[in-house]
Design a binder for this molecule. Structure first.
Ligand SMILES: [Zn+2]
Length: 91
């Protein structure tokens, strides 16, 4: 039976051919580029989640929230000013 064509290493020094049977296109299920790509995407997703939950990620989120509130606040201030000045003019 043919084996996966990927070279694997356990320690970063010694390389051998993967011993798993071929799943598709000459690769086993683990080493097929599709699976590798999926694993990469998954780990990126995980890293992103980790970042979002980290103090730095939360700080970034909080800063965005602050910016939003600042803008809201500016709008409110302007609305109040307009309201007051139009009332003053009425007198
Ligand atoms: Zn393999």
């Amino acid at each position: 039976m043919e084996k996966c064509k990927e070279r694997v290493s356990n320690d970063g020094w010694h390389w051998r051919n993967c011993r798993k049977p071929i799943w598709k296109d000459g690769y086993c299920k683990i080493h097929h580029p599709e699976s590798v790509q999926k694993r990469i995407e998954k780990s990126i997703e995980k890293e992103k989640e980790k970042y979002e939950l980290s103090p730095l990620g939360r700080l970034e989120e909080a800063q965005k929230e602050i910016e939003k509130l600042k803008k809201e606040n500016e709008k409110l201030k302007k609305a109040i000013q307009q309201n007051v000045s139009s009332r003053l003019k009425e007198r």
